[in-house]
Design a protein around this ligand. Structure first.
Ligand code: BES
Ligand code: MN
Ligand code: ZN
Length: 492
């Protein structure tokens, strides 16, 4: 898709996307011409369209025997406008344009956006590429139509900042799409081994290094928690280690990004019901976020040192599967009573975290995981749940989230609830039961971070969408890729 900034218009405009604020006078870049603006104004009067937040409509007309599509979209009141509103509404517009089978679209804003030009460019390309994404490789007659070019009608002294932003938005989008593709692949295709292969391909393509540990090595490392979870599957667990050193000197701090990589989660013997299992191919959404973020961080050549770790496994039922009641010894040496085989994510994560601290000498830990139904119940599909032992680092994450529009809400790391995961027969049990499920899952992980700065992001509600919204299309959202990338960028 071609995306650029344009000062002139062609003879015929096939499609105009026009964004405006609520109840404001219809105006726009002068080159749009009186006729076009008057057509918009009459339509709005006739249809009582006042550009309230999120409102979108379109009309078509014939100009010199050629069809023209005009898409109108409201960004709401002047006071409430921000870059997140712009991104999501643009996403809806590009999707609308796709439905009209438009090939070339021009974008005009009826108001002054007051967003830095680089950010405007970023939002333009990111919204166009992400909102029009579809996972249709398995459809025999793929019906998808692609917009070929998008042009922002804008007058700047120089297009330098806008173009830099457009390029950067492309990197963010491409990495997010990489993650979406990994999550959308069904579990009969995506297993720990193929996930590792995909990570290898991404490493080659985007320029970070990779190492993959298989069964024998995992046994030698004593990663029994990860091994227990993967025992029931024919596809053996893999530990995927991705490294990117933007500052080669050894003293700089190293951030570990740990992604939950359950390529399928049946629940194991604590079996999930059908409805709860149907979407569990997305249980590697955290892993996809980490692989995507590694790709973006390497593409942007950020001056940071990062190690991305994915402990990939499949939680299945078989005669070799782990059972409720089993007691396992994690790599860290802490023993764990398995009271619920469906609380498997935290088991894989704590071995990956211990590996990051002991073998990779990571200074700080961020884990991202589709970890608990409790996070979904509490915050739904638009917010991730976040817990942390480091409020300063969390402030940096909040800044990143404000930029990317990926919302999160902090849950309390309430230490007294550690009582809920105490075991009579082992050091810990892997589930604290029904109460505060999102918090007790985080507290379990907290036991393994050795008081290093740590952020935990539960994206259980965010990984998949059943209908499009803003820049997110149906299926995998690629949640976390842009957030982690921006976080690392703010840590440069
Ligand atoms: N992968 C699930 C969490 C999940 C639920 C992700 C819904 C996406 C949508 C996780 O492994 C799980 O099963 N968690 C259990 C934990 C419980 C047994 C303590 C849950 O939340 O029910
Ligand atoms: Mn589970
Ligand atoms: Zn799971």
């Amino acid at each position: 898709m071609k995306i650029d900034v344009s000062r002139k218009l062609p003879e015929h405009i096939e499609c105009l996307v026009y964004l405006h604020q609520e109840d404001a006078e219809i105006k726009g870049p002068e080159i749009l011409g009186e006729e076009l603006l008057q057509a918009i104004e009459s339509f709005c009067k006739l249809e009582n369209f006042n550009f309230s937040l999120g409102a979108i409509t379109s009309f078509t007309r014939m100009i010199n025997k050629k069809k023209q599509v005009i898409i109108l979209c409201g960004v709401g009141k002047k006071e409430q406008f921000d870059s997140i509103i712009l991104r999501n509404n643009l996403g809806n517009c590009w999707r609308e344009a796709t439905q009209h089978k438009v090939r070339q679209a021009y974008l005009a804003l009826g108001f002054e956006a007051k967003i830095p030009e680089a950010e405007l460019g970023h939002i333009l390309s990111e919204s166009a590429l992400l909102s029009t994404y579809r996972f249709d490789k398995y459809r025999s007659n793929s019906i998808s139509h692609e917009i070929q070019s998008i042009h922002l009608i804008y007058f700047a002294k120089t297009n330098r900042h806008l173009n830099r932003g457009i390029l950067e938005g492309r990197i963010y989008a491409e990495s997010t799409i990489l993650a979406r593709n990994l999550v959308n692949e069904p579990a009969n295709v995506m297993n720990p081994e193929t996930l590792a292969e995909h990570a290898k391909k991404a490493a080659l393509e985007y320029g970070f290094s990779i190492e993959i540990h298989s069964l024998d090595k995992l046994k030698r490392l004593k990663m029994e928690a990860l091994l227990a979870v993967g025992k029931g599957s024919k596809s053996e667990p893999k530990l995927i280690i991705m490294r990117y050193n933007g500052i080669p000197d050894k003293k700089s701090t190293k951030t570990a990004l740990i992604g939950k990589g359950l390529t399928f989660d049946t629940g194991g013997y604590s079996l999930k019901p059908t409805d709860g299992m149907v979407n569990m191919k997305s249980d590697m959404g955290g892993a996809a976020a980490v692989i995507g973020a590694m790709a973006a961080i390497a593409s942007l050549k950020l001056k940071v040192n990062v190690v991305g770790i994915v402990a990939a496994a499949e939680n299945m039922i078989s005669s070799t599967a782990y059972r409720p009641g089993d007691i396992i010894t994690s790599m860290a040496g802490k023993t764990i009573e398995v009271v619920n085989t469906d609380a498997e994510g935290r088991l894989t994560l704590v071995d990956a975290i211990h590996y990051a601290l002991e073998k990779e000498k990571a200074d700080r830990i961020l884990d991202i995981a589709t970890l608990t139904g409790a996070a979904v119940a509490a915050l739904g599909t638009d917010y991730s749940a976040v817990l942390s032992n480091d409020q300063d680092w969390l402030t940096t994450l909040k800044k990143a989230a404000d930029f990317t529009g990926e919302k999160f809400w902090q849950m309390p790391l309430h230490l007294p609830y550690k009582d809920l995961i105490k075991s009579e027969v082992a050091d810990l049990k892997n589930s604290g039961g029904r109460l505060a499920g999102c918090i007790t899952a985080a507290l379990f992980i907290h036991e393994f971070v050795q008081d290093k700065p740590w952020i935990h992001i539960d994206i259980a509600g965010r990984a998949l969408r059943d209908k499009p919204q803003g820049i997110e299309s149906h299926g995998a959202t690629g949640a976390g890729v842009r957030l982690l990338t921006s976080l690392l960028r703010n840590m440069e």
